[in-house]
Design a protein around this ligand. Structure first.
Ligand SMILES: Cc1cc2nc3c(=O)[nH]c(=O)nc-3n(C[C@H](O)[C@H](O)[C@H](O)COP(=O)(O)OP(=O)(O)OC[C@H]3O[C@@H](n4cnc5c(N)ncnc54)[C@H](O)[C@@H]3O)c2cc1C
Ligand code: FES
Length: 255
């Protein structure tokens, strides 16, 4: 059953800087909280001049009536968002899209940069029975380690500059990891080039793989077609409504 989408004016509880240009925004989520599934997103109406369209952000956490998103400042909307304070309200539409399949018994999550945000709620849903491979440019991008640590079994880290964990990309560390441990599904979110590499390695090892895609969005509801992507069988799918989570073989590999 598809639950109705909610557009709620939510009160901001905190809007805190957690990394270089990265903030955690927590709101009183109201009825959104109980409906939110890992992998779904919220479409935020940012109250600022010249920011007309809503902006999509993955649901990173829900806890006792609160909902948290992590955002990187990339343009005028996210810059304006940093100015909102505790007690201000922001309109949240959601939860939107289709989230991750939770059927895995031995999951590995692979996240790059801000792609780790929606993987947090997914990690929590596996209740400690999950490993995470995280990648970032450097040590300061991997503030995620402390946030994930209480919820996962083991964390593996790759940084581009070697300032934390193994030097290199997640795609370089993954084959080594799959040689040592058994996983039945890999869930990945991050830059598309990384997800394509992860999906290819998963396929080579005969492991299921889910990817969370990102594209600029307008309506977020499947009406405007601004977010369509090509699929392996030639059909076009809407990332906001059919995704953002897809099976890798459906969107990355030509049939
Ligand atoms: C389903 C989904 C979930 C997302 N989750 C998160 C999240 O959890 N945390 C987070 O920080 N960001 C997330 N994003 C990206 C986020 O929505 C954009 O960064 C944000 O909308 C930028 O708004 P802005 O007004 O600051 O930037 P704008 O002024 O609109 O644009 C600034 C620059 O960013 C580029 N840009 C904007 N949106 C996107 C996009 N979707 N993909 C690629 N480039 C883009 C523009 O081309 C431009 O160069 C998500 C996007 C989608 C589609
Ligand atoms: S954003 Fe309008 S159809 Fe996806």
């Amino acid at each position: 059953m598809t639950l109705p989408k909610l557009a709620l004016d939510t009160e901001i509880l905190q809007n805190t800087k957690v990394g270089d240009d990265i903030y955690a925004l927590t709101v009183h989520g109201g009825a959104l909280v109980n409906q939110a599934q890992p992998g779904q997103f919220i479409h935020l109406q940012i109250p600022a001049e010249n920011v007309f369209l809503r902006r999509p952000f993955g649901i990173a956490d829900t806890d006792e009536g609160t909902l948290t998103m992590y955002y990187r400042v990339t343009g005028k909307g996210t810059r304006a968002l940093t100015g909102l304070q505790q007690g201000d309200t922001v309109n949240c539409l959601g939860p939107l899209g289709n989230g991750f399949s939770l059927s895995s018994k031995r999951p590995l999550l692979v996240g790059g940069g801000m792609g780790l945000a929606p993987l947090l709620l997914l990690a929590k849903s596996f209740q400690g029975e999950v490993d995470v491979l995280m990648g970032g440019r450097n040590h300061s991008e991997l503030f995620w380690k402390d946030i994930f640590e209480p919820h996962v079994h083991e964390i593996f880290i790759a940084t581009d500059d070697g300032s934390m964990g193994t030097k290199g990309f997640t795609t370089e560390l993954l084959p080594e990891l799959l040689g040592k441990r058994k996983y039945d599904c890999i869930y990945t979110c991050g830059p598309e080039i990384m997800m394509r590499g992860i999906a290819k390695i998963a396929a080579q090892h005969d492991i299921l793989c889910q990817v969370s895609l990102e594209k600029r969005m307008a309506c977020g509801l499947g009406a405007c077609l601004s977010c369509v992507c090509d699929t392996a069988n030639g059909e076009r799918r809407k990332i906001c409504k059919d995704g953002p989570v897809f099976w890798a073989q459906d969107v990355f590999f030509a049939k």
